[in-house]
Write a protein that binds this ligand. Structure first.
Ligand code: F6P
Length: 345
């Protein structure tokens, strides 16, 4: 009998998901195993929405953004009825293992389902945020940093022409990886991240210093969850609630831009990069990483290495326990932030 395993993509999409799906299918074909594509994350298993993935289904998808399987944020553990439906469909489709390609939330759910309900699951970390422990990088991150870098490059020329401050708000949820890497690569003059609450007075001081030195334009990259230091908080309760919503962050750039203009007198504009950071074709790095992780995850499933995820450590792809991966977020490395800081002001 041919071995049969499922694959689903869950949580926010990111560039490289199709490269992973292709890699799992192509590696499975080598072993004459069958891959069932589960549609829209766990929802597909709850609703019985699946499709067998053949060589033809993955042809031409390597450079495509998004995910051919669709995605959702449904957590099967949110209701006993959903979990029952998932269990029934699991048996109906005869799955012997499931590869869950997910970010921090989806991998945490995958870990719980493996631990508490014995589902044979192998994880693959994906997210533009790069916030998952146990892997040096997640695929999607490099592409997102490329988008930020390109945007900062473009903003430089217009900022310089108009002698303006440009505030660029980037994604990253609760960590500052995208902001720090994008800021370093784009040559930002200030980078603000959630890991380091910032002082407005210090930011304005740096901008004024630049102006006094004859550099009458500046670029500030701010992560969506960056917060003012409590000693210098300029956010009212309502505004704070609007910006730091549990399910959706965004808006600190606009408020910060207003504060900067008021305190420095320098004309300031704000750009929120938003979902363009997540869309489009994956970079070569992300394609290679996603492909390597996909091949490894299939091999882990074949070897019965469940409750673990494929991960990049150094230049090796290894197996890493989901328990540790989801125990806490991988915060921005201090060393990286210090490098960004060298170029402040
Ligand atoms: O986790 C990826 C990410 O793009 C974050 O950077 C961002 O905060 C969040 O997803 C946005 O989520 P949604 O797609 O639910 O709006």
């Amino acid at each position: 009998m041919r071995k049969r395993l499922g694959i689903l993509t869950a949580g926010g999409d990111c560039p490289g998901l199709n490269a992973v799906i292709r890699a799992v299918v192509r590696r499975a074909l080598e072993d004459d195993a069958e891959v069932i594509g589960v549609k829209n994350g766990w929802r597909g298993l709850a609703e019985g929405d699946v499709e067998p993935l053949t060589r033809a289904s993955v042809t031409g998808i390597l450079p495509r953004g998004g995910t051919i399987l669709g995605t959702s944020r449904l957590n099967p553990l949110d209701s006993p009825q959903t979990l029952d439906r998932v269990k029934r469909n699991w048996s109906k489709f005869g799955l012997e293992a499931l590869i869950v390609v997910g970010g921090e939330g989806s991998l945490a759910a995958a870990y719980d389902i493996w631990r508490d309900h014995n589902f044979p699951i192998v994880g693959i970390p994906k997210t533009i945020d790069n916030d998952i422990r146990g892997t040096d990088f997640t695929f999607g991150f490099d592409t997102a940093v490329g988008v930020v870098t390109d945007a900062v490059d473009r903003l430089h020329s217009t900022a310089e022409s108009h002698h303006r401050v440009m505030v660029v708000e980037v994604m990253g949820r609760h960590t500052g990886w995208i902001a720090a890497y994008g800021g370093i690569a784009g040559g930002a003059d200030v980078v603000l991240v959630p890991e380091r609450p910032f002082r407005l007075s210090r930011v304005c001081e740096l901008l004024k210093h630049r102006e006094n030195q004859g550099r009458a334009f500046s670029i500030i990259v701010v992560a969506e969850d960056a917060k003012p230091h409590p000693d210098e908080d300029f956010l009212t309760g309502d505004v704070r609630e609007q910006i730091y919503r549990h399910d959706r962050l965004g808006g600190i750039g606009t408020v910060l831009g207003g504060e900067i203009e008021a305190c420095t007198g320098i004309e300031t504009r704000v750009t929120k990069l938003g979902y363009v950071q997540r869309g489009g074709t994956p970079s070569a790095f992300d394609r290679v990483l996603a492909t390597r992780l996909g091949v490894k995850a299939f091999e882990m499933a074949q070897a019965g290495e469940f409750g673990c995820m494929a991960a990049l450590q150094g230049n090796k792809i290894v197996s890493f326990p989901l328990k540790e991966a989801v125990s806490e977020l991988k915060r921005l490395d201090d060393e990286i932030y210090k490098v960004a800081e060298v170029f402040f002001g």
